[in-house]
Design a protein around this ligand. Structure first.
Ligand code: UT7
Length: 306
């Protein structure tokens, strides 16, 4: 079955919070944050609804589609505006869409899980799906906890996926989940994000490598053919370790975490958009999109841009 990425859009809050600003209220330094994570600044503000709506509108505009062209909206978010209703119907309403709309929570793998879900919906006869990843992580950050406060941020990204009987951008997927690791990264109702960072780091590298290898094998693509890696943006060192083990030159990885921090479900579309803006997305070339996060969940896909 053929599926094409037809348009992309992003949304970021205006407010920039630098490492130096955080170090005024937290026992941390700009040097520590850059050395251990690669993050220099992040954007804070908005909500899954406001950021997701803007990114969705921009993706639709980029694809050149009208409101009636979209059959389904899938929103990946870890931080919906409310427990219920889901945020997706509110985004659909704000955009003026008249289609089914639902939230999906697979933490930082959310965008790739949503792409996989949209692929399945297209297989069953839908024509175009709007996939959005939108996060308001800052709302559930304890701003006195230096371990999480320096990492998490807000943002959104979106794409339109379209059924195409004549060819495909999406060649393979490899997704997984391991609930035995659920306690490693959590946010309770009315609580804050908490994480065993070291263990999440170790497991993240392992699952990115194994799922990327599985997706490459299924697509019949080797590491040296991967022109672009579009990874979840949690930590520069995770991306370095994973690309090294995969035998992919780090130069091929797209990095936006230095400017945007970890935006969970929004990080992969934000990274894609940055790559496209910088002329790094080229027709015919192969890319690896790969995410991992709380759950634990992970998801890789091999793409060949049309
Ligand atoms: O998005 C999905 C999942 N999230 C991730 O993938 C994140 C994975 N984990 C990580 O990125 C890293 O583990 C962190 C960035 C969270 C932490 O880096 P680390 O190199 O693993 O540091 P650590 O936890 O081993 O801490 C080293 C030291 C500790 O001090 P002591 O015990 O050596 O005295 C920490 O207390 O650094 C201290 N520390 C900090 N120091 C300054 C922890 N956070 C900070 C901080 N500023 N913000």
């Amino acid at each position: 079955m053929g599926v094409r990425f037809k348009g992309w859009g992003t949304a970021l809050p205006d407010r920039i919070v630098t490492n130096d600003e955080l170090s005024k209220t937290l026992d941390t330094t700009n040097e520590w944050i850059i050395e251990r994570t690669g993050i220099k600044e992040r954007r804070i503000g908005g909500s899954a609804l406001t950021l997701g709506t803007l990114a969705g509108q921009r993706a639709l505009e980029d694809a050149g589609y009208g409101l009636d062209d979209i059959d389904f909206l899938v929103l990946a978010t870890t931080t919906p505006d409310r427990i219920t209703p889901a945020t997706a119907p509110m985004i659909a309403n704000a955009m003026g869409l008249h289609c089914p709309a639902m939230d999906l929570n697979a933490a930082c793998s959310g965008f790739m899980y949503a792409v996989r879900t949209a692929y399945g919906l297209l297989e069953t006869g839908q024509k175009r799906i709007l996939v959005i990843g939108a996060e308001h992580l800052s709302r559930w950050v304890d701003w006195n906890d230096r371990t999480m406060a320096v990492l998490l941020a807000d943002g959104a990204g979106a794409t339109v996926l379209e059924y195409d009987p004549d060819g495909t951008d999406l060649l393979s997927f490899s997704l997984g989940a391991d609930g035995s690791a659920a306690d490693l990264l959590t946010c309770e109702h009315d609580g804050f994000f908490q994480m065993d960072g070291k263990e999440v780091f170790r497991r993240a590298v392992r699952v990115v490598v194994s799922s990327a290898e599985a997706a490459m094998a299924e697509a019949g693509v080797t590491a040296d053919q991967i022109a672009l890696v579009i990874p979840h943006q949690a930590n520069l060192r995770i991306i370095q370790a994973a690309t090294q083990r995969l035998g992919i030159d780090m130069e091929r990885a797209v990095i936006v975490l230095d400017r945007y921090g970890n935006t969970s479900s929004a990080s992969i579309p934000l990274a894609f958009f940055d790559a496209r803006e910088n002329g790094r997305v080229k027709a015919g070339e192969y890319a690896l999109m790969t995410g991992f996060g709380a759950g634990m969940t992970w998801a890789s896909a091999i793409v060949q841009w049309s």
